[in-house]
Ligand binder design. Structure first.
Ligand SMILES: *[C@@H]1O[C@H](CO)[C@@H](O)[C@H](O)[C@H]1NC(C)=O
Ligand SMILES: *[C@@H]1O[C@H](CO)[C@@H](O)[C@H](O)[C@H]1NC(C)=O
Ligand SMILES: *[C@@H]1O[C@H](CO)[C@@H](O)[C@H](O)[C@H]1NC(C)=O
Ligand SMILES: *[C@@H]1O[C@H](CO)[C@@H](O)[C@H](O)[C@H]1NC(C)=O
Ligand SMILES: *[C@@H]1O[C@H](CO)[C@@H](O)[C@H](O)[C@H]1NC(C)=O
Length: 490
């Protein structure tokens, strides 16, 4: 600051003297069109005000950009009111609030704000897409001031999570605060000012993976705000599809006390896919080694459950896709895995496609609202898929919940996983966890058969029926932060 003070005003004075003549001539030329409109043609001025920025805007219009948070709104659903269920469990409620606050801090960004660009602004700035890598100096594109002629132009830029600097600050005008978080630029011509603005760089001072900054850009009474995405690019994890279906897909299943069904399914698979790898997670009480080649059987502690088994199986997949099957399915000539791969490959945003099981194939949509912070969100499930289909595949509709027969991207499902706390009959939970994370479609041009039910496997059926309502409610209330959930809203 010290070294700038007096010297700068001297320089500015000399600059203004040098430019005085040029400026005066330009003033004479322009004044007829611009400034005098205010003085001599007030009605015309009103009409032209949007174009000419000819002074005296109503103060509401020229005030700062309006920034406001998306207001959290209360949500409700008919059905299980989880918050009533847990209302006397004060410790749980308190811990839930605390963890949710941390979750918000992890997942929100200073860019989650509504920004409204003010009317009649002569300022030009990037409104979207200015992305910087943390700690890396990057040119701010598109900065400029397009206003009628003035004798002197002064703008300020103010950042809060980064530093601003100008390349070659010594030419075209005066730069104060170079390398700090507030930059003042003064110039005697619009072209000088814009030349300097064209060389302003932003360097974030924070290392975060996904965050942002809001930079204020000020000129006379104008104050606008533009976003800076601070974004650490991530390293891609991509799979080699290889030459044939066996290098593209792994079949995964989980078995428990059903070797007869499992063996039947494996021999049906082998009729069509002789060497495709099959991964089996097995939590039976008395595990038996499954016979056959290209089979990986993982023995788990007995009774670990449905979701633990799925997660274990998926963790061992090395192909781009895996096909989830239940251990009592039966492959037929209509079980063409290639066709499911074709759907997935045609739309890279897709994470999962399901097909039919026998004559049934269900699919649901879900709506989710975040709700108020201390109360929690609301989840509703509706019968049927969305109207939108996968381009080129009218048999495949976008959906949120699908049947237990699906082809999925291995890397996508690994990001959600099947929560091992759910042991039995918890099909929907995975899809609840996947809302907003996985893009899912359900197709009906491919099917697998269901083996007919064998009577007499009492041990298996008694396990399957065990209810875990309290545990499920706790997960919905705490883990998913729901205030209510309704899985039967039709
Ligand atoms: C510019 O607007 C922002 C956001 O409304 C505000 O925080 C800031 O104080 C304003 N700056 C000036 C100098 O008016
Ligand atoms: C910004 O907009 C919100 C919502 O429209 C309004 O409530 C608030 O008063 C506005 N703030 C300013 C400073 O204009
Ligand atoms: C739990 O909180 C409620 C209200 O917040 C209060 O009425 C109740 O006494 C508390 N219960 C216990 C066991 O602290
Ligand atoms: C920039 O100008 C503002 C007022 O216009 C002043 O408060 C601030 O200290 C100046 N910053 C620098 C770095 O000179
Ligand atoms: C594998 O073969 C052995 C020996 O024939 C047999 O005892 C066992 O039951 C078979 N495994 C399964 C899962 O059927």
């Amino acid at each position: 600051m010290e070294k700038t003070g007096g010297k700068q005003s001297n320089r500015l004075f000399l600059m203004s003297m040098r430019h005085f003549r040029k400026t005066w001539v330009r003033f004479l030329l322009l004044s007829g069109v611009s400034l005098c409109l205010v003085l001599f043609a007030p009605t015309l001025h009103k009409r032209l005000v949007g174009i000419k920025d000819c002074q005296t805007l109503p103060s509401a219009l020229s005030s700062a950009t309006n920034i406001s948070r998306r207001p959290p709104t209360h949500c409700s659903c008919k059905g299980a009111l989880l918050k009533d269920f847990f209302k006397n469990d004060n410790d749980t409620v308190r811990r839930r609030q605390e963890e949710y606050r941390k979750h918000k801090a992890r997942t929100s960004s200073s860019l989650d704000l509504l920004l409204v660009a003010p009317a009649n602004s002569p300022l030009q700035y990037p409104i979207q897409g200015f992305t910087v890598v943390p700690l890396q100096r990057t040119l701010i594109p598109g900065l400029g001031v397009y206003a009628p002629h003035r004798d002197i132009y002064k703008v300020s830029l103010v950042a809060s999570r980064g530093l601003l600097s100008v390349e070659e600050p010594g030419t075209d005008g005066l730069v104060e605060g170079d390398g700090g978080n507030q930059l003042n630029i003064t110039a005697l011509s619009a072209s000088g000012l814009n030349a300097l603005l064209g060389r302003v760089h932003y360097t974030s001072t924070v290392y975060r993976l996904r965050t942002g900054d809001l930079v204020h850009f000020l000129f006379e009474k104008h104050n606008v705000t533009f976003p800076v995405d601070i974004w650490q690019p991530s390293v891609p994890i991509i799979f080699d599809l290889g030459e044939d279906i066996n290098s593209q897909v792994t079949i995964t299943t989980k078995t428990f006390l059903r070797y007869f069904e499992l063996n039947t399914m494996i021999s049906s698979i082998r009729q069509y896919y002789k060497t495709m790898k099959i991964i089996i997670a097995d939590d039976s009480f008395d595990p038996i080694k499954v016979n056959g080649s290209d089979i990986e059987q993982y023995f788990m502690p007995p009774g670990q459950g449905w979701f633990a088994g799925r997660t274990l199986a998926v963790s061992q997949v090395t192909t781009k896709y895996f096909l989830w099957v239940d251990d009592d399915f039966y492959f037929t000539e209509k079980t063409q895995i290639e066709k499911l791969v074709e759907v997935m490959e045609s739309m890279p945003e897709l994470d999962m496609v399901s097909a039919g099981v026998g004559r049934s194939g269900f699919s649901y949509r879900m709506t989710y609202e975040e709700g108020q912070e201390d109360e929690g969100g609301c989840l509703l499930r509706f019968r049927g898929p969305y109207k939108e289909t996968v381009p080129g595949f009218p048999q495949c509709s976008l959906s949120n919940v699908v049947i237990n027969f699906f082809l999925a991207r291995t890397d996508s499902v690994r990001k959600v996983l099947f929560d091992p706390r759910l042991k039995r009959a918890a099909h929907s939970q995975f899809f609840v966890d996947a809302v907003g994370k996985l893009l899912i479609a359900s197709c009906n041009h491919i099917t697998v058969d269901h083996q007919s039910k064998r009577p007499g496997n009492e041990q298996y059926h008694s396990f399957r029926k065990q209810s875990e309502n309290h545990q499920n409610y706790l997960l919905y209330f705490f883990k998913n932060h729901f205030s209510c959930i309704n899985l039967k809203a039709d």
